[in-house]
Design a protein around this ligand. Structure first.
Ligand SMILES: Cc1cc2nc3c(=O)[nH]c(=O)nc-3n(C[C@H](O)[C@H](O)[C@H](O)COP(=O)(O)OP(=O)(O)OC[C@H]3O[C@@H](n4cnc5c(N)ncnc54)[C@H](O)[C@@H]3O)c2cc1C
Length: 383
């Protein structure tokens, strides 16, 4: 079959990779000049700057299926987070990746044992799909002071509103795996997926007419068309479907190396930032000799001065210790996954026309890769 894949993000690359290995004639077109879509890294003056703080979970089933985990040379984050509570720093073992933390070093200031048991019950239940806040009692301190602030960084929105079923699914992967960042930045992931693929860059789909993809460089006749672009872009190109995506901003600052020793994600639930981490303490390749790289995320785009003042408080340093390297505003970071939306949507939306991407499954790398594989398998079955 002659297949055109529109978009070289994780979904499109995984789909094209599987199609090509099954000897289908596949052409990937990508509007920009680089691979990876939302998974990207800039290399500036010895710093590796991912487009937003993003980790890769080697336990994701689709990463294992794609056989790319070894290529990534992942440096794992520790299994815990640091939370500021009443001006004090407490280390909370990440109950989502290691349940034993719940009953071990977890301070009672972060919630009662009963609240933690209730959270475990939620994790292992199969309750109906509700807003997360009603599935896990929002009055619980453990939810409001640990789980909610942590999950804000995972869903890049207020987790109260997201689907509890989807949250449980993503928490399942956190529990199973040991997320980390690749030695060479998250761009290593799309690069590994595209190892044997050729991609036509700066070719943008502007419409679909029956079995043709209309691009800025002419039409491409295809037996099957795979639309592998984000939810907003798909709604525009296909002229159907609603979209709703979150936004986030990530700042990268340099500090003198050794100024911060922590390897943990640090969160101040009362502050204006979602989280901050010295990413080069996880993977030293993220910063040049003598400097450390701090990655800080917020949902809103705050002024640089405000971010500096929050950072100084968070890391107990002076604002003048931080030098801004670059800021990434990401207007379309993750699709909103609200209660009632299924964990996998119909991907063949018309005969031989497939719509894939994270918004068709869960807002994650796993979701994007899964839809790519399912579309490829459906096409191969028909060929
Ligand atoms: C800040 C941030 C942090 C994240 N953190 C995590 C995390 O820790 N763990 C996790 O699992 N997931 C995380 N994610 C989510 C994950 O990155 C995405 O779910 C996934 O990359 C989506 O891939 P995709 O292929 O569906 O879409 P995209 O990455 O959006 O790819 C779509 C591609 O299509 C191209 N395109 C668009 N329109 C056209 C057109 N008309 N013609 C041709 N090409 C076109 C785009 O340029 C792009 O390359 C994060 C995302 C962000 C933004």
């Amino acid at each position: 079959m002659k297949v055109t894949v529109i978009g070289a993000g994780l979904a499109g690359l995984n789909c094209a990779r599987i199609l090509q290995s099954a000897n289908q004639e596949v052409r990937v077109i990508e509007a920009t000049s680089r691979l990876g879509g939302r998974v990207n890294t800039d290399y500036i003056d010895g710093f590796q700057l991912d487009h937003g703080f993003q980790v890769i979970n080697p336990a994701y089933a689709e990463l294992k299926k794609a056989n790319v985990v070894a290529d990534l040379k992942l440096k794992s984050l520790p299994k815990g987070i640091e939370i500021i509570q009443s001006d004090q720093l407490i280390k909370v073992g990440d109950p989502l990746s290691n349940l034993s933390y719940l009953f071990g070093d977890l301070s009672s200031r972060s919630g009662t044992i009963l609240e933690k048991i209730n959270f475990l019950k939620f994790m292992f239940s199969n309750s109906a799909d509700n807003a997360l806040s009603s599935a896990i009692k929002p009055t619980s301190r453990f939810y409001s002071e640990v789980i909610n602030p942590f999950l804000t960084g995972v869903f890049l929105c207020n987790p109260d509103e997201v689907s509890s079923k989807m949250a449980r699914e993503l928490l399942y992967w956190f529990r199973k795996g040991n997320p980390g960042v690749p030695e060479n930045g998250v761009a290593a992931l799309p690069k590994a997926l595209a190892k044997n693929l050729s991609v036509d860059f700066e070719v943008s789909a502007v419409g679909i007419k029956e079995n043709k993809v209309v691009t800025n460089q002419g039409e491409i006749k295809s037996d099957a068309i795979v639309v592998a672009i984000n939810q907003r872009q798909a709604a525009t190109l296909l002229g159907r479907g609603k979209w709703s995506m979150n936004q986030s901003t990530t700042w990268y600052h340099a500090v003198p190396s050794g100024a911060i020793e922590s390897k943990h994600l640090r969160i101040d639930p009362q502050g204006k930032l979602v989280n901050s981490i010295v990413i080069s303490n996880i993977a030293p390749s993220y910063s040049p000799e003598g400097r450390s790289l701090v990655s800080t995320t917020a949902l809103n785009n705050h002024s640089d001065e405000m971010v500096l003042s929050e950072l100084a408080k968070l890391w107990n340093l002076s604002a003048t210790d931080f030098e801004l390297i670059k800021k990434y505003e990401i207007p379309e970071s993750l699709p909103k996954h609200l209660p009632g939306k299924s964990l996998i949507s119909q991907i063949e939306i018309a005969p031989n026309l497939y719509a894939i991407g994270d918004y068709q499954a869960t807002p994650s790398q796993q979701g994007a890769l899964l839809t790519g594989r399912l579309a490829a398998e459906a096409i191969i079955k028909k060929s």
